[in-house]
Design a protein around this ligand. Sequence first.
Ligand SMILES: NC(=O)c1ccc[n+]([C@@H]2O[C@H](COP(=O)([O-])OP(=O)(O)OC[C@H]3O[C@@H](n4cnc5c(N)ncnc54)[C@H](O)[C@@H]3O)[C@@H](O)[C@H]2O)c1
Length: 261
Amino acid sequence: MLEIKDSVAVITGGASGIGYSLAEYWINRGGKAVLADVNPESLNMAAQKLKTRVATLQCDVRNEQDCTKLAAFAMDTFGAVNMVAPCAGIIKDGLMIDIDTETGKVNNKMSFEQFTSVININLTGVFLTIRECMEQMVNHNCQGLICLISSTGSLGTAGQINYSAAKAAVSVMPRVITAELFRRKMAHKIRCVAIAPGYVKTPILEGMNKTALDYILKKVPIGRLIDPEEIASLAGELFCNQALTGDVFFIHGGLRLDSKG
Ligand SMILES: NC(=O)c1ccc[n+]([C@@H]2O[C@H](COP(=O)([O-])OP(=O)(O)OC[C@H]3O[C@@H](n4cnc5c(N)ncnc54)[C@H](O)[C@@H]3O)[C@@H](O)[C@H]2O)c1
């Protein structure tokens, strides 16, 4: 079992929601955290609340150089990278093709920007973050976990072709990365998993259609949103338990996993 105490976590999207909760969980257990976020104000507020064993860096995960700097910054500041949690993410929901119920004709299309902006952060940003952090982990002989954040949306949610496509791609990464590390006899040292949450009580949900969210919540057997602390706790267990790698771990309160029309 690994211990969180004295381990270093690099968390993107660390100023809010799941990323912030993970930082709090980590630091409360004696770990050190590097928080990266595109939003400098909320990053400062997060650091003030967390107080100790925390360093922050403004970082746009779409930018390759920012991700390189982030991984190097973690090494320079705390001397290791043991946990990588790329939590930066956005939603921009909408139907790919919307059809007027009266005329039967298309009245709206998801724009190129609406599609690519989600892919650029939620998929390319994850790739850049973990590639740069893994390089540092390998070169400095660090042990630990790459903990990706997928979603139940990876199974295909109506109104989220951009988000679902990105999350499905993220869901396959633990298998690819674990297989690649296995080839190089490193899979016991650097593990990779994904957490696939259902609906979690964080600011990202403010971008969701309220009626759609209420409808979905009626289908959650535990009858409430997941708390971000519950995601952090799962990430902590995944880090410590070295038998866990190469897989996707769902956490959704019993939600029926199907495409919601
Ligand atoms: N909340 C949910 O219901 C839920 C469910 C499943 C998966 N997730 C995933 O969890 C992750 C965290 O989401 P959250 O719910 O905490 O949302 P959140 O909105 O609370 O936090 C996301 C953070 O990412 C930051 N960010 C956005 N674009 C960025 C960029 N280009 N570079 C760096 N940082 C950027 C934001 O500033 C914000 O601080 C996301 O990947 C999201 O898709 C969330």
